[in-house]
Structure formats: C-alpha cells, structure tokens
Design a protein around this ligand. Structure first.
Ligand code: FAD
Length: 441
C-alpha cells in the first residue's frame, strides 16, 4: 500500500463521506469541508430529488464500507416501470428477466446522514459543516471561514472536489488554465411533488415500480418512499408550450394535471400548494478535459461529470468514482501516477454515462408511450431470455452490473454493427431467394 496521506475533501454530500470512509480504512488522514449545516441536526436542506434509485455500482461501493445491508433494509425495491397513459390505464414492464433483480429507491437525506455517521465513526476522519472555502488547488491547501467568523487553513497532499455540479474545486482547477470544463443545460428542468401515504400508511400506487407518465415533451415520474409516500418529479420544458413558465396559476396547474396526469391528481391533495412552493431545478451535463490537476487535486461525482438524471446513475457513478480513486491511491506510491490512472478509467466512463443519460431522456420522454417502443422492449427481453449470456439490454448492463460504462458503450456499438450486418445478410438472402423464384438468376 502507498503511504498515508493528508487528504481534504470539499463537499460532504453523497460521494464525499463515502470516499472518506474508503480512504480512512486505507489509513489516510481525511477532512471533509461542507458548506451546508449538519443535516443530522439541521434537517436535510438539499431539496434535489428526495429519493434516488440505487443500483449495482452504488451497492458495490456501500458494500466496501459495510453499509450495503443497512441501506437496503431502508430501501424500497422497484422491479420495473409502470407506465400510466392519459386514460389512467397502467402497463407494467419488468426491468429484468432475473427474479428479484431490482433498483432501489432510497432517501437522499437518509443516505447522506448514514454516510456522514459512517465517516465520523472513523478516527481518522474529521468533518466541518457550515464553512466557506477558499481553495488553492496547486498547493493542495484550503482556507475556510467558520460560522463564528474565525478562519482555519489545512495544508494537505491532495484536495478532492466532491462539491457537486457547481464545483468550486473544478472552477479553481480551470482557473489554472490546465483543464477546461463546461456545463450544457437542456431546455427542461424539474420540480418535485408528493403523493402522501394512504390513511393507514399504505402505498396509494404499486410500491414495487418506478411510475412514469410519459407525455411527449413533458413527463412525470414517481418513486416510492419507505413511509408509504411517493416523490413525484416533473420533467418539463422551462419555456414555451406546456412549460413551467406557462403552468403557473392554481387554475392552470389544476387544469393541466387533470388533462395530462388525471389518475395522479386524485392522489395529490397538496398539488397546487406543492407546485407553487417547490422550485424548478436546472438539468445539465458537466464535461471536463481532465479530472485531476497533477498530483494535488482531483474531481469525483457531479463535480467531474454531473449528468441529466434519466438513467438514475449520477449517485451510482459518483460511488463508483470513490472506489476507483481509493483503488488508484492504494495501487500507486506516486500521487500524480495514481490520479492519471483514475482519470484514465473514470473520464471515459463519465463521458459514456452522460451520453446514455441524454439518450434515455429522449427515450423516456418521447418513446416509452409508443407501441413501437414497447414492442422493441419485448423483443429485447425475448432475445435476453433466449441468449441470456449473449444479449443483455443496455439498461441492465448499466443498472445491474458494475462493468465500466465505457466498455458498455463499446459493446453497444459493436452489437449494433453486428445486428445491422445480420439484418443486411438476411435481406440479401431474401433478395436472392426472391430473384431465384422469379427466375432472374
Ligand atoms: C432530479 C434528480 C434526480 C436524480 N435521481 C438520481 C437517481 O435516481 N439515481 C442516481 O444515482 N442519481 C440521481 N441523481 C443524481 C445524484 O443526485 C447526483 O449524481 C449525486 O448527488 C452526486 O453526488 P455528489 O456527492 O457528487 O454531489 P452532491 O450530492 O451534490 O454533494 C455535493 C456537496 O458539496 C457541497 N458543496 C458544494 N459546494 C461546496 C463548497 N464550495 N464548499 C463546500 N461544500 C460544497 C454541497 O452542499 C453538497 O453537500 C439525481 C439528480 C437529480 C437532480
């Protein structure tokens, strides 16, 4: 193992404390600096999607720090998608042909608190909340102002940017001129609403599914929570027809939901109040020319590759980053070499899952409602049943395996070429047979 290092993690959201646990277990001296208050005392103030889908990659990382079973105990497994049409008719489609294979709905706030508890239970991790950081990425030094106005500085071997989509560490790295970074926003945003539990605490919709109301340019999804409620997320255009900008007054909101999401309206007694009170969040993709700066700074999670949430992989990818970074630091005595190794695997993965997520945005928004899409899904499942080793749908490779996203992308490209070749071959044989029958050859 490489020698113990002083590591400062900026950001105590989901990836920060998980990485802290992994690094502490390898003997490193870790400090987390988080700008918000402690969510275990102040309550969770994130507001960004109250629940998240946790799948194989996230579970692998949680397993490494001994939290997998605890987190799964509090999760709600979702075995498939439940599509709701305008008339309120529902159609269930299982994610997997393997019995019991499911993605898991977990509380973001609950998971954040569990991870912070786990990090703080390690002697070599310290966490400071409510701090404002000034970051020198080249010197691996952070100065922060505490709540009481006092300032502290920590000189470290390495700074990790786990500070989310608007990362200050990424910005500081870009300011050195050594890396470039960009954020591309899509023209849709999101807003969260709620379906409360029934009077006896029961679920008012099927609790083993991720519910989708696909309506062309706008859609709504709902994930179950352990308390019997559902968190609904509307993904709509920001401007123009059927947008957050246009659907604003109580009458228009009610009318819009009754027209497009009629079966959900009856389950949402606070619909108008929630809709008007909850903010619209932006959705975008962060891309970086490198995830590290020499041997002094490195990015993980959304700071490196924020993605649109349509594959349910942002947190899962962030957790996989944590594993890969911890592995790289363990395998290399030299810090720059460790970070080059991390960048070599994780950047192609970040780029691949970003592309998959944008493609899934189109698929969920425009295609899940179509009969052709459902036919293709059925064919994919049939192929998967017939050739379970040879043909696994992309969704399943992403959600139920830990195969690097970039390898899945290459595999998909290869499979498409093979399929196109096979179809051309079949068309050629049919053409020859037809010509033969007509006596042309
Ligand atoms: C609507 C929506 C739905 C989603 N659904 C899913 C899903 O189903 N499955 C999934 O896997 N992913 C999902 N995601 C993505 C997931 O939320 C993110 O990928 C994940 O939170 C990334 O974790 P992170 O630790 O990198 O960043 P964050 O969780 O954003 O944590 C960053 C932390 O850094 C702190 N911070 C920021 N700036 C500073 C600073 N300057 N100094 C100190 N601290 C700072 C923040 O306060 C925060 O605590 C979804 C995202 C959205 C928006």
């Amino acid at each position: 193992m490489s020698r113990a290092r002083r590591i400062t993690i900026v950001g105590g959201g989901l990836a920060g404390p998980l990485l802290a646990c992994l690094l502490a277990d390898d003997g490193h001296d870790v400090m987390i600096l988080e700008q918000r208050g402690d969510p275990r005392k102040a309550g969770y103030e994130g507001g960004r999607s109250i629940n998240l889908a946790l799948s194989a990659r996230g579970l692998e990382a949680l397993d490494r720090i001994g939290l997998k079973e605890q987190v799964l105990d509090e999760a709600v497994p979702m075995k498939g998608r439940m599509m709701h049409d305008r008339e309120g008719k529902k159609a269930f489609s299982a994610y997997s042909i393997i019995p019991g294979e499911a993605i898991n709905s977990v509380s973001r706030g609950g998971l954040n608190c569990t991870l912070l508890d786990a990090a703080e239970s390690r002697n070599n991790v310290k966490v400071h909340f409510g701090v404002e950081c000034s970051i020198d990425v080249e010197a691996a030094s952070v100065t922060w102002t505490n709540n009481d106005g006092t300032a502290d500085t920590r000189e470290a071997d390495l700074i990790v940017g786990a500070d989310g989509a608007g990362s200050a560490v990424r910005e500081a790295m870009a300011e050195t001129g050594s890396i470039t970074a960009s954020t591309d926003f899509i023209d849709s945003g999101y807003k969260e609403l709620a379906i409360p539990p029934g009077p006896d605490g029961s679920f008012l919709l099927e609790d083993d599914a991720l519910h989708i109301w696909p309506r062309g340019r706008y859609m709504m999804i709902a994930l179950p929570n352990a308390d019997g409620s559902f968190t609904c997320t509307c993904f709509w255009p920001l401007k123009g027809e059927a947008s957050f900008e246009q659907v604003d007054s109580p009458e228009v909101i009610m009318d819009f939901f009754k027209t497009h999401f009629a079966d959900a309206v009856a389950l949402m007694p606070q619909l108008v109040e929630d809709y008007q009170a909850n903010p619209v969040g932006p959705l975008g993709t962060v891309r970086c020319s490198a995830y590290h700066l020499g041997g002094t700074a490195v990015l993980i999670g959304d700071a490196a590759h924020a993605i649109v949430p349509f594959f349910g992989q942002g947190m899962n990818a962030a957790f996989q980053d944590c594993l890969r970074l911890a592995d790289a630091l363990r395998n290399h005595a030299d810090l720059p070499a460790a970070l080059v190794d991390y960048d070599r695997t994780q950047r192609p993965d970040g780029e691949s899952i970003a592309e998959f997520s944008l493609e899934n945005f189109i698929e969920m928004r425009d295609k899940t409602a179509s009969a052709l899409f459902r036919l293709r899904q059925r064919i994919r499942k049939r192929l998967n049943r017939m050739f379970p080793k040879l043909y696994v749908p992309r969704y399943n490779l992403v959600s139920f395996t830990t195969i690097p996203y970039a390898n899945i992308r290459r595999h998909m490209a290869f499979r498409q070429v093979m399929l196109a070749g096979m179809l051309l071959g079949i068309a050629g044989v049919l053409a020859l047979i037809t010509l033969g029958i007509r006596g042309t050859i």
